[in-house]
Structure formats: structure tokens, C-alpha cells
Design a protein around this ligand. Structure first.
Ligand SMILES: [Zn+2]
Length: 109
């Protein structure tokens, strides 16, 4: 084989070709991020949190500033503008998740 021939890599992993793996990688990463977020949200539920925002009385000027701010944030992974606001609360405590709907990256906000 000369150096000018294309590399024909026929290796497989669990029966899947390298080419197929490379093509499906972004989908796999998206799914893994979703599973991690769902696992985190399950832990919040186990701690008594419900999927709802903070009480209106606690909002600055009656507005939910976190939800407002996330509409102007940019995803640090893929650059999409505007993040999904996923609030969780229980009496005396409030937490929020910021999620990118394009790449599924997320973090506690
Ligand atoms: Zn993103």
C-alpha cells in the first residue's frame, strides 16, 4: 500500500464501524448529556423538589430574573443563544437548571 492510497480502516467496535461511530457521535453525546441531567433532576425529586419556579413574592419586582437572563445567555459549548430555564423548588429552597436545546449541555444556574 502506498502512502497515496486512502486509509480503509475496517475496525469495528461492538459491531459498529468507525465511520458509523464518528457519524453518530454528536447524537451519543446529546443523549449522554440528557441522561446526566435527568439523573440530576431525579436526585432533586428525591430531595423533595418539584418542577416549578420560585414563589412570586421572592421575585425581584415580580419578575423571574433568572428566566429572563437565560433568554440572553449563550451556550458555552455550541454557541446557541437562549437557554431553557428549568426551575425546581421546595419550601424554602429554589434551584434552576440552564439547558441548551441545541446540544443538551446543561448546568445548575
Ligand atoms: Zn449548546
Amino acid at each position: 500500500m502506498s502512502i497515496h492510497e486512502p486509509v480503509n480502516d475496517t475496525r469495528t467496535y461492538a459491531g459498529i464501524s468507525l465511520e458509523e461511530l464518528h457519524a453518530s457521535f454528536p447524537t451519543i453525546v446529546r443523549q449522554l448529556r440528557d441522561y446526566a441531567r435527568m439523573s440530576f433532576e431525579q436526585s432533586l425529586i428525591a430531595q423533595g423538589y418539584e418542577p416549578k419556579g420560585p414563589a412570586v413574592w421572592s421575585r425581584f419586582g415580580g419578575r423571574n430574573v433568572d428566566a429572563d437572563a437565560l433568554t440572553r445567555c449563550t451556550c458555552t459549548v455550541c454557541g446557541q443563544r437562549g437557554l431553557e430555564y428549568r426551575p425546581w423548588s421546595k419550601p424554602g429552597s429554589y434551584r434552576a437548571i440552564a439547558r441548551c436545546t441545541a446540544c443538551n449541555d446543561w448546568s445548575e444556574y
